[in-house]
Design a binder for this molecule. Structure first.
Ligand SMILES: [Zn+2]
Length: 252
């Protein structure tokens, strides 16, 4: 039996024993959906400077820099589709095993795959909002304005600044999402962590918090994390392949 198959069988056993399973995901779960390239040399985030939240608020030049990058990023995110790792998590929810997904991703692919309880720690790229009056729009509507060279879009109602509902550098994490994540972690007796190096805090503290509260952990990530020793199972293989095999194994 291959090492992967052994890990899958051990993971399936933990899933069967668990009453409440949750998932925690990072960028690595979406690389198999073609969203890998942002941080690589020549990738989007290599060509644009990171505009912090205070800069965004302070200057039109900074906002135009920010939105120029988004004008390229938004279509890429909208064109991506869920891969077998997202679909595996959605299948676990349909079978009544998975109670929720906590994600660091802004791509909306968990909802597209069919998960209904998704806690987005870094917000979402699927919508934008007026920072003044709170009015919201699907990101597609803002993209049309960007493509018409309106690179500092303002709210038609109150002239406030419009920003994607993502959490920017220098912007505080949404307290409600963090609270919901900790509550879900504390109520889980198994957490599947997929595709995060667990380096960005406070989000990265969620899986160790689950472990402190009695949850077992399964880590599926290409690289080491600071919390590998807390996990019962650590797998470095493809998340899509692992989840496909896990769902199959649970049928037997
Ligand atoms: Zn407004």
């Amino acid at each position: 039996m291959s090492e992967l198959q052994q890990l899958v069988e051990a993971a399936a056993e933990l899933v069967k024993q668990a009453r409440t399973v949750s998932a925690f995901t990072g960028a690595g779960i979406s690389t198999e959906s073609g969203l890998a390239d942002f941080r690589s040399p020549g990738g989007l985030w290599d060509r644009y400077r990171i505009v912090t939240y205070p800069e965004f608020l302070a200057s039109s030049d900074a906002r135009q820099e920010y939105w120029s990058m988004r004008r390229e990023l938004i279509p890429t995110l909208l064109e991506a589709s869920p891969n077998p790792a997202h679909e595996g998590l959605a299948e676990l929810e349909r079978r009544g095993k998975l109670t929720g997904v906590i994600t660091q991703n802004i791509d909306g692919l968990h909802q597209e795959a069919g998960n209904s309880n998704v806690i987005e720690l870094h917000g979402t790229n699927r919508s934008a909002a007026c920072l003044n009056c709170g009015r919201r729009w699907p990101i597609e509507e803002i993209q049309l304005r960007l493509e018409a060279d309106d690179l500092d879009p303002h709210c038609p109602g109150c002239d406030g600044l419009i920003k994607p509902e993502t959490v920017s550098f220098g912007q505080s994490m949404p307290a409600a999402a963090m609270d919901a994540a900790y509550a879900l972690a504390a109520s889980s007796d198994l957490m599947l962590m997929i595709g995060s190096a667990l380096e960005v805090h406070p989000a990265a503290s969620v899986p160790p918090f689950a472990a402190e509260n009695g949850a077992r952990l399964i880590f599926i990530n290409r690289t080491e994390t600071p919390y590998d020793e807390l996990a019962q199972i650590v797998c470095r293989e493809s998340a899509g392949e692992f989840m496909t095999l896990l769902v199959e194994e649970l049928e037997t």
